[in-house]
Design a protein around this ligand. Structure first.
Ligand SMILES: O=C[C@H](O)COP(=O)(O)O
Length: 258
């Protein structure tokens, strides 16, 4: 079986100005420096206005923290007021970009077609997309959560070659568990993550499916991360609220110590 390095990513959402971001990353770097954490990859997804500050801290240093953005324009440049392009993020040496987060789908009407265009824009400019998928509460209650989530996976990856899809990160985030404190049970999360891996095998190959990292996101905290990470098809966490507290995020990164 392929060994997948867990990816623990903090999605700061619309929190932390650039000065707060510097202080936060410095704390994380200090706390993570005393142990060799090569076995776990750590990333922060910062607001656009913080990226240059984070880059300055992380670049050329021994800090193992990777960073990225929370969204990307589907366009490379031009008259798209308020948008940030792939070339701009690449110039800041972002490693990752979240695409299709449920808050983008909900508040900015992002469809699977738009998400797919953004995934392609990320690859075009050398960024690794973290493709976010997951169902709303009514979909889960109707028992259609697996089908719904797999349709988002398929839509997000449409027309993507295996050479690109093999490096995608997929974040399964049931919408009803985001910021609510209602964590999805580890078995329930595993059910959907295993189905996502099955879909990747169907779309590409079992070898590719075994390689792709699938994260869980939704009210992850130090108290529940170990149970979630013990599941065979869960390869990391996309952490919102708890990633804003450096002590708590460090405990999440160190889930193996619990
Ligand atoms: O991107 C992160 C998710 O939306 C989870 O957020 P949360 O940890 O605050 O529930």
């Amino acid at each position: 079986m392929t060994t997948r390095t867990p990816l623990m990513a903090g999605n700061w959402k619309m929190n932390l100005n650039h000065l707060e971001a510097i202080a936060h990353v410095q704390k994380l770097a200090f706390a993570l420096a005393d142990k060799d954490y090569d076995a776990v990859e750590v990333a922060v997804l910062a607001p656009f206005t913080d990226l240059r500050s984070v880059q300055t801290l992380v670049d050329g240093d021994k800090l193992k923290i990777k960073y990225g953005a929370q969204d990307i324009s589907a366009h490379d440049g031009g008259a798209y007021t308020g948008e940030i392009s792939g070339p701009m993020l690449a110039k800041l040496k972002c490693a990752y970009v979240a695409v299709g987060h449920s808050e983008r789908r909900q508040y900015h009407a992002e469809t699977d077609e738009i998400v797919n265009a953004k995934v392609k824009a990320a690859y075009k400019h050398g960024l690794t997309p973290i493709l976010c998928v997951g169902e709303e509460l009514d979909v889960r209650e109707a028992g259609n959560h697996v089908e719904h989530t797999l349709a988002q996976v398929e839509g997000g990856l449409k027309d993507l070659a295996a050479e690109q899809a093999e490096s995608v990160v997929i974040a399964y985030e049931p919408v009803w568990a985001i910021g609510t404190g209602k964590v999805c049970g580890a078995d329930d999360a595993q059910e959907v993550c295993a189905a996502i891996r099955g879909k990747l095998a169907e779309l590409y190959s079992q070898e590719l499916a075994d390689q792709v990292r699938i994260q869980y996101g939704g009210s992850v905290k130090s108290g529940n991360v170990a149970e979630i990470m013990a599941k065979p098809d869960i390869d990391g966490a996309l952490v919102g609220g708890a990633s804003l507290d450096s002590d708590e995020f460090v405990k999440i990164v160190r889930f193996r110590d619990q």
